[in-house]
Design a protein around this ligand. Structure first.
Ligand SMILES: C[S@@+](CC[C@H](N)C(=O)[O-])C[C@H]1O[C@@H](n2cnc3c(N)ncnc32)[C@H](O)[C@@H]1O
Length: 332
């Protein structure tokens, strides 16, 4: 009798889990009302019953309060933690320090090596990565402008490892890549833990080069960490890419092509990371769609161009807010 009850209880738990999985939202993140998409419903505990039907009080385990990143922990808790788990304390302190550093990076472009910068960021701390790393093609444009790290691949694996670490679980990254070096990029992504879940072709009206073919597209992989929810209205995987003019950077991507990606894979206010920022196109796309960004650029010249550009974008947004709030008559 008891054994049968136990089996049916196990079955109930299992079928509950299956239902919860079905209930996981598949809707677009943009349409969700809460800041963080809910992947699974909390499990309701059934009251314990004796074999003869008497209800026993629920044995509720003492609640564990996870310390939110960046939150100051009380002295009592700190002392208790110190006494019981010196290892845990060390971990919390590291997390707090990392979060303080992370906050300093928000809505700024940092000049430096993105591997070093990402190492200072906490794990699972950004909502989306949109980046255009060097294509490993030793690029030089007509004006002689070049791209750092474009001829050696030593940075690729450690950078992808860090990118995977700092991306939150069940979120995605869009990463451009050079098609001639697809094997190197793919190996680095797979080794880091990313799962390819899509591939995007950006159609250009002009060709960047003409040889065996007239080369008229850019390409990026959509990479998942865990099992991200699906957008309600998925973007087409072939999209137009207008000419950016390349004024600020030799391989500048147009914001028009990046903004739909930010809108599709994040909610307003969420955090977009670009570790290879160049002239800051993905940061501009993030800001202009109401998101925040963290960006890193190694090259001093491009870093200055990007920082000045983002200041202009900030100013434009502030001016627009000002004009909508105070100058344009509203219905309210
Ligand atoms: C293809 S470009 C990005 C262009 C950018 N999408 C834009 O629209 O301007 C790649 C950039 O990564 C930078 N870079 C290369 N290695 C880096 C590293 N280790 N850390 C940070 N930036 C790096 C290069 O200086 C270059 O500006």
């Amino acid at each position: 009798m008891l054994a049968r009850r136990r089996i049916s209880c196990v079955l109930r738990t299992l079928s509950g889990t299956a239902r919860e999985r079905q209930a996981a939202p598949s809707g677009g993140q943009d349409s969700a009302s809460s800041a963080e998409p809910i992947y699974f419903q909390p499990v309701e505990r059934a009251p314990r019953q004796t074999p003869c039907g008497f209800r026993l009080p629920l044995k509720v385990p003492p609640k564990k309060h996870p310390v939110p990143l960046g939150a100051a922990i009380s002295r009592a808790l700190r002392e208790c933690v110190l006494r019981d788990h010196s290892g845990t304390t060390k971990e919390i302190k590291v997390m707090q320090a990392q979060t303080t550093v992370q906050n300093q990076f928000i809505n700024t472009i940092t000049q430096g090596d993105c591997i070093q910068v990402m190492r200072q960021m906490p794990a699972n701390s950004v909502d989306f990565i949109l980046t255009d790393p060097p294509y490993l093609v030793n690029y030089r444009d007509r004006d002689g402008r070049t791209i750092q790290n474009d001829s050696k691949a030593g940075w690729l694996k450690p950078a992808m490892r860090e990118a995977y670490r700092v991306l939150k679980q069940n979120r995605v990254a869009v990463m451009f890549y050079g098609w001639t070096k697809v094997d190197a990029f793919f190996e680095a992504w797979k080794q880091a833990g990313f799962q390819p879940v899509g591939h995007i072709v950006f159609r250009k009206k002009y060709s960047s080069k003409s040889r065996f073919l007239s080369y008229q597209h850019e390409q990026a992989y959509l990479l998942a960490k865990g099992r991200p929810p699906l957008p309600r209205q998925p973007l087409a995987d072939v999209m137009d890419m207008p000419y950016s003019g390349n004024k600020l950077h030799p391989t500048q991507k147009p914001v028009e092509a990046l903004a739909p990606l930010v809108r599709s894979f994040t909610l307003p206010g969420e955090l977009v990371l670009d570790p290879f920022a160049g002239s800051g196109s993905s940061c501009a796309a993030a800001l202009l769609t109401g998101r925040r960004y963290i960006a890193v650029e190694l090259d001093a010249e491009y870093f200055h161009q990007a920082s000045a550009r983002l200041e202009r974008v900030h100013a434009r947004i502030a001016a627009r807010k000002w004009s909508t709030q105070f100058l344009i008559p509203t219905m309210r």
